[in-house]
Design a protein around this ligand. Sequence first.
Ligand SMILES: Nc1ncnc2c1ncn2[C@@H]1O[C@H](COP(=O)(O)OP(=O)(O)OP(=O)(O)O)[C@@H](O)[C@H]1O
Ligand SMILES: [Mg+2]
Length: 197
Amino acid sequence: MSERKDLYADQSHIPLRFWGYSLTESPARFANPDLVQQLTNPDIDADEASFYLWGDVGRGKTGLAVAYAMTRLAWDNPDVMPSSVSYWPVSRLLREIRSSFGGDAQLEASIFKECRAASLLILDDIGVEKPTEWMQSTLYEIVSVRHEERCATLFTSNLSIAELNARIGERTTWRIIEMCGAENIVHVAGPNLRDRA
Ligand SMILES: Nc1ncnc2c1ncn2[C@@H]1O[C@H](COP(=O)(O)OP(=O)(O)OP(=O)(O)O)[C@@H](O)[C@H]1O
Ligand SMILES: [Mg+2]
């Protein structure tokens, strides 16, 4: 992999273990050929297309989301300015925002700014947190900006849309539905890929 790609993957906080992932090599491709085709469609509008990938643990959702980011952004083409990607496991995102309370307003502002500014934001594992008013309003704040600005956002979750609705609330869920559209809300099927290990 090129140094350039490594640099941008690092800045995106994409975990090192995912850097080599690709859509065409994803072990999830066998059970989800249509989804892989959708994600590799060259006609996709990468600035706006959002996806909600949901399913049981170990189906390859995170791997697909990260591989999409790695391929979409032309990091290997020196003639193309790489877009900015921001990868956040939602539980860590909320923890960091929470930890900035009582002092570090700058950290909090910089996290929100990063979530707003990223060309592609990956919100990994949305809905794992216990529903609290604070969690719901914080997620709303992040998702509603992406929705308003029509910015590409990839969500992964263990929850169906109905289950998500119960967990994070209607206002945020409806925005996710609108951003992705029915065709990009996709159930990721297949075996638990971790069973192979
Ligand atoms: N694109 C890929 N290339 C290589 N290996 C992959 C890829 N995607 C997934 N895997 C393998 O499959 C395993 C499970 O994939 P992944 O972590 O994406 O599942 P998940 O659906 O996000 O699970 P969870 O719901 O627990 O977050 C990974 O730990 C990795 O070993
Ligand atoms: Mg995952």
